[in-house]
Design a protein around this ligand. Structure first.
Ligand SMILES: [Zn+2]
Length: 468
């Protein structure tokens, strides 16, 4: 079983932070400008050739990710007559074409960052924001990316709009779905009614295709059991190995398509991966959650932290004792420390993951108490799903709270956010566990069936019968 303390240090981060410029983008009032890219992979992964075309009014153009700048070479601009070498930023007020080479492999080896680029043998996994340039100004532009000579050496979670052609909104470039460059094989599968395209580096076999498919399908089924359907129709999963890692690492993105990166240790144990792994279901709960702005990442991570073990208990993958033990031991890390300014403004690891999980437990218990057990946090998740909220969409926290509270007919979520969002708030965790009737005594989880909220504690971990 994974060590809980270590697991959180390795936990994924949802790319909900799409950047302020993206969030300020204005609503389109006329046909959106189009940024066009033609991308061709040369003989090596350090020979990505990009031709970008921007319409008049584009202003200054530069790299989308500052960290990617050192890997751009042979930068040139064509303002109408001849190509000339250029440096950042490139003035593109009258429209321009820009061409450059990008050293993907060197970027991946140097950065080794799942948010930017990482390599595994002959494959590089990277979001489009790393290797595309863009106008600096806010835009509601549509990106059209054509990939030449991609065939067996390119795969992406971006939505295809034609052969080797993909579409992405400028507001989604930060947090764009993943792309894979290099020789790979595809393991297409259906999981929980969704089409899942799994990409594995050529010649690699992390745990065997059949076991990989079983793993993904089992966790997808857990999420479907909660929501009634898998949250998206299409999911892209890139699986790479990490020789140095002791545990699986996951990352979920949703800009232009839902994608999960799984970086697995080489000694992953196939026979126990479904029962032992918490990372993939955690990521799938991110897939089921709309992207929120950076200040509210605590809710994305809190939901994934709280709901993942809950669903796995209900599915029988882990027992209820482990669920309660992890909460009793873990939730104190989510309590405010000196100087705390509330969940919305205190972005520490503890407050983000465990503080968010505490919010979710309080919400779940609060809704159940207020409705005498007729509603729960499950109804909130299902209502968000029914309203189209998933990683492909971007929501405000206010909308999530509104949809959630409407689903339960209460104001529990709003009231909790009022208490804990902008201020540290008072949470008596010991009293909460006493009321639920759960404690750890002499190393063992003990239940008090006479506790006032014992029935809520028991109900939490019971699978909900639901019409398909
Ligand atoms: Zn996460």
């Amino acid at each position: 079983m994974l060590d809980r303390r270590l697991r959180w240090t390795l936990c994924c981060a949802l790319l909900s932070t799409v950047g302020c410029r993206c969030l300020r983008a204005s609503a389109p009032t006329k046909a959106a400008p189009r940024w066009e890219y033609t991308v061709a992979l040369g003989t090596t992964l350090d020979d990505l050739q990009v031709l970008a075309s921007f319409p008049p009014g584009s202003g200054d153009v530069t790299v989308a990710e500052a960290a990617a700048a050192p890997f751009v070479r042979d930068l040139a601009v064509d303002s109408g007559s001849t190509w000339r070498s250029a440096s950042w930023p490139i003035a593109c007020d009258g429209g321009c074409r820009i061409r450059y080479g990008f050293a993907l492999r060197r970027a991946a080896d140097t950065l080794d960052d799942p948010f930017l680029a990482l390599a595994d043998r002959d494959v590089v996994v990277t979001p489009a924001s790393t290797w595309l340039v863009r106008p600096e100004q806010d835009s509601d532009a549509e990106l059209l990316i054509r990939v030449e000579r991609g065939s067996a050496r390119f795969a992406t979670g971006l939505r295809a709009v034609g052969p080797d052609t993909y579409r992405l909104s400028a507001v989604d470039l930060g947090g764009a779905s993943l792309s894979v460059f290099g020789a790979h094989r595809r393991v297409p599968m259906e999981a929980a009614g969704a089409h899942v395209e799994v990409i594995v580096g050529a010649g690699q076999d992390p745990i065997g295709d059949a076991q990989l498919a079983h793993w993904i399908a089992a966790d997808a089924d857990v999420v479907r059991a909660e929501l009634g359907a898998f949250p998206v129709d299409r999911l892209f999963v890139a699986v790479v190995r990490d020789d140095a890692a002791a545990h699986t690492f996951g990352l979920t993105v949703g800009g232009g398509g839902a994608g999960i990166l799984l970086r697995v240790p080489t000694d992953l144990e196939p026979s126990s991966v479904v029962a032992g792994d918490w990372v993939l279901p955690h990521e799938m709960i991110h897939v089921a959650t709309p992207r929120l702005d950076a200040d509210h990442r605590w809710l994305s991570e809190g939901l994934a932290t709280y709901v993942e073990p809950l669903l796995r208990v209900r599915a029988g993958f882990v027992d209820a004792e482990k669920f309660w033990r992890d909460l009793v031991e873990g939730l104190p890390r989510g309590l405010p420390e000196a100087g705390d300014e509330g969940l919305d403004r205190t972005h520490t690891w503890g407050r983000t993951y465990w503080g968010g999980a505490l919010f979710c437990l309080l919400a779940d218990v609060g809704i159940r108490e207020r409705t005498k057990g007729r509603a729960s946090l499950d109804d909130v998740l299902r209502a968000v799903h029914a309203a189209g909220g998933n990683v492909l969409s971007r929501w405000s926290l206010a909308r999530w709270l509104e949809v959630g509270d409407a689903a339960t007919g209460t104001r529990v979520l709003h009231e909790l956010h009022e208490r804990l969002g902008a201020r540290p708030g008072e949470v008596d965790l010991a009293a909460l566990f006493r009321r639920l009737g759960v404690a750890i005594e002499e190393g063992r989880v003990r239940y008090d069936e006479n506790a006032p909220l014992a029935s809520i504690r028991r109900a939490l971990t019971v699978a909900i019968a639901r019409a398909p």
